[in-house]
Design a protein around this ligand. Sequence first.
Ligand code: NDP
Length: 336
Amino acid sequence: MPDERKIENLIVIGGGPAGYTAALYAARANLEPLVFEGFQWGGQLQNTTDVENYPGYPEGIMGPEMMSQFRAQAERFGTRFVTDDVDRIELSDGGVQKVYLGDEEYLAKSIILAMGAEPRRLGVPGEMELGGRGVSTCGVCDGAFFKGQKVIVIGGGDSAMEDSIFISKYASELTLANRRDEFRASKIMQERAKEQPNIEFKTPFVVEEFVAGEDGKLGHVRLRNAETGGTEDFPTDGAFIAIGHIPRSEVVVDQVDTDEDGYVVTQPGSTKTNLAGVFAVGDLVDRTYRQAITAAGTGCMGALDAEWYLRDTPPSPEAHWLPGGEPTEVAPTPGA
Ligand code: NDP
């Protein structure tokens, strides 16, 4: 039997700034993209309050509202959405890309992976509850809200140093708490942080709990000395958790090239992965910048790369489709 199921031009996996921007560009190129945006669509911005650093919003905008607008703009040009989490993906090198939602199979000529990354969490009480009320995982996003205030940064890697240096421009006092006396961060970043007159290092301390004050915002952090076991309540206005990120590559990690931390590897200056027709964008590939604007930028690149791929790829017997045209019949399986 010939396989006459619909083969999409492009499936996008992910409903954050990268995925929606990819969808917008692809939709405007008449590719009619199908986006699997996840059950909790909107990505990390769904858990963000004020966004003040996205160009075009001089008064700032709430993260979820901004994502609604991204989504609506992609929808306006014909993007279709599936508001669910993908169960399985079968990537192909130049063939048909397959996406599964339970037993349902979706096929596409090309795919853009835009699943993002999530900040690593401490897993202690108060951490999630006080998110947006003093506890943050993004120094660049939220540092400026703590002008003249007291802030603690948790972590000992380059992100913690980078965040501390950035936030120390606003905060009056900044304490960098690390669970070990040694720091994982590069020497140069440690030196730079130490040079700031308002940054103090506090080791070896782990966070036991984030505790609200009477106003419902973060009041203090309960710290435990990792050596002596002694605890102390550390009063602070803001706490930044900077202990790394986890790329959401679990559904594709054995199929496409990733680095040792699970970030999908793309060719420099492009969104191409090692598989033809498979593109990756946003925080899923980015361990450095991780901003909504940079994610959106690479989302745009992904859509253009996919468009050019669909235009230029010659028909292949394995792919079962003609670029820009309707799916052809599947060649009969030998012996069937
Ligand atoms: P890293 O994995 O390098 O560092 C994570 C830090 O968090 C470590 O100090 C680690 O402690 C600590 N940590 C992890 N889990 C916990 C926990 N549960 N409780 C307390 N502390 C914890 O992540 P980064 O995000 O800092 O950096 C990731 C990569 O990005 C690195 O390669 C880094 O060099 C790079 N980067 C470079 C920058 C630059 O050059 N400007 C800026 C930002 C990142 P421990 O050491 O004990 O495991």
